[in-house]
Design a binder for this molecule. Structure first.
Ligand code: FES
Ligand SMILES: [Fe+2]
Length: 471
């Protein structure tokens, strides 16, 4: 194990050098050269850019709206807001994939039809302004007092306006563009890479959404690189490495980074030492460090893999057998263009998304869904990914049966804007973002100087440019 590696930018770092088959999901993707120029800083605050993005990116892209297992029976719905639009996503039939989506807008005078994050209608949506109704299929079922309408007015389309809605692995996406390519194609390599993860078996541990005083891209970019971690999340240095992180670029703005876990990396002075944090992770999953006495710190991931496989068996998760050792231990982080990341762990899934404000380019919404595998054993604790790192234990015996309501912490309230509410790791990122936004707008700043660990930022900005027609 060497303490250093030769860095050549077209190669970068490779997490699993033994993987040589390019079809293997763990393989390093070929380099895409996005050059070295500074991105134009005005795209992080200009109204014109905000409007161009709405037209060419948000109205044309698949964006994550919610989880199909949150819609348990016909009539269950969720509300999804994006920019100036609001949508209803509703379960229409007995199968989990029987889901449709509509604009949350009454065709009569424009009133919003649903106002809650989640709800249920028996068989009709109802507008609380003048009492019109629609079936789950969006067809109008009632115009109140229709005799007082002239015949011609009721020849207008009275249905709820539908929007494209498709599901991949329990994740529901919508697209305002009727001509968009199917979701599965838009996601490029992701469905193939993650085909062995049954996200439907995970459940929601946390759900929150906060309005941030920053452009959505300023916020999202803090989550597209691991370069910041030593300085923002120093507590994870003993178990993972910013320098030894693999970055991969794919089609449609999709990208990935692989963050290895539970090993002493080149950031540690003594890579042979099995530090207390490595031991703690093994213990957390019920392992006994005495079983792994022969392993050195830099190879301790093997202990973690072994422990976690046993943990999966004990909890009854047979899909662990289909995951590679690296998938068992590591965090495979995908960027689903334009605005969503998936931190995929074998026993956890962190879904983050960053959404534009309806009109203000200096504001955005940050949504976090933390999913864990429920545990059957009352003494087992799940990993709270929002506090990922030492001491990041979730509740004991968490069975996932109680779906928490969406919490909207107030950024300006110290009672709600703190590490306890957000989770330590989330908060460490969150508290820096508004300052980054202000700094970007300073006369002293002329655009970001990006390293190769920040290549995913160039990649998605490049895709935005392509969609806007600026290439
Ligand atoms: S606005 Fe909905 S019924 Fe009038
Ligand atoms: Fe971070």
């Amino acid at each position: 194990m060497s303490n250093k590696f030769d860095f050549e930018y077209t190669k970068g770092y490779t997490s699993y050098p033994e993987v040589t088959d390019p079809q293997n999901p763990a393989a390093k993707a070929p380099y895409i050269d996005h050059g070295t120029a500074k991105p134009d800083k005005t795209r992080y605050y200009s109204q014109q850019e905000h409007d161009l993005e709405w037209q060419h990116v948000w109205r044309k892209s698949w964006t994550f709206a919610g989880l199909s297992f949150d819609l348990k029976q016909p009539g269950d719905y969720l509300r999804y807001d994006l920019g100036k639009e609001s949508f209803i996503v509703v379960r229409t039939g007995n199968h989990e994939n029987d889901v449709k989506a509509y604009y949350n807008v009454c065709p009569h005078r424009g009133n919003y039809i649903v106002t809650e994050d989640f709800g249920h209608v028996k068989d009709n949506f109802y507008c609380n302004f003048h009492g019109w109704k629609w079936g789950l299929d969006g067809e109008n079922t009632k115009v109140k007092d229709d005799v007082i309408f002239r015949e011609e007015t009721l020849k207008n389309d009275l249905c709820l306006r539908s929007v494209r809605c498709e599901i991949w692995n329990s994740l529901i996406f919508i697209n305002m563009d009727a001509d968009a390519k199917p979701l599965i194609d838009f996601l490029d390599v992701i469905p193939e890479h993650l085909k062995n993860y049954p996200f439907g078996e995970f459940r929601v541990l946390r759900d929150f959404e906060a309005e941030w005083p920053a452009n959505w891209k300023t916020a999202a970019e803090a989550f597209l690189e691991f370069y910041h971690s030593d300085d923002v999340h120093p507590e994870v240095i003993p178990i993972s490495s910013t320098l030894e992180t693999q970055y991969d670029l794919y089609q449609n703005g999709v990208s990935r980074m692989i963050i290895q876990n539970c090993l002493a990396t080149c950031r540690m002075e003594d890579q042979d030492e099995v530090n207390p944090y490595l031991k703690m992770f093994v213990e957390m999953y019920g392992g006994d460090n005495n079983d792994y006495k022969d392993l050195k710190g830099f190879e301790y991931k093997k202990a973690f893999i072994d422990t976690k496989r046993k943990w999966g068996k004990k909890q009854g998760y047979s899909f662990f057998d289909n995951l590679t050792d690296d998938q068992i231990a590591d965090d495979w982080n995908y960027h689903v263009f334009p605005n969503m990341t998936l931190n995929v762990f074998s026993d956890g899934l962190l879904i983050q998304s960053w959404k534009p404000h309806a009109s203000d380019p200096r504001k955005s919404y940050y949504s976090v869904l933390t999913l864990c595998l429920p545990v059957s054993d009352p003494n087992t604790r799940v990993m709270d990914i929002n506090s990922f790192g030492p001491d990041s234990f979730g509740p004991p015996g968490w069975d996932g049966s109680e779906r928490p309501a969406r919490f909207r912490p107030n950024w300006d309230d110290p009672e709600e804007a703190n590490a306890e509410v957000w989770g330590r790791v989330m908060w460490q990122d969150a508290e820096r973002i508004p300052n980054v936004q202000k700094g970007i707008e300073s006369d002293a700043f002329s655009g970001a100087i990006l390293c190769e660990a920040e290549i995913r930022i160039r990649h998605y900005l490049n895709e935005i440019d392509r969609l806007i027609g600026r290439e």
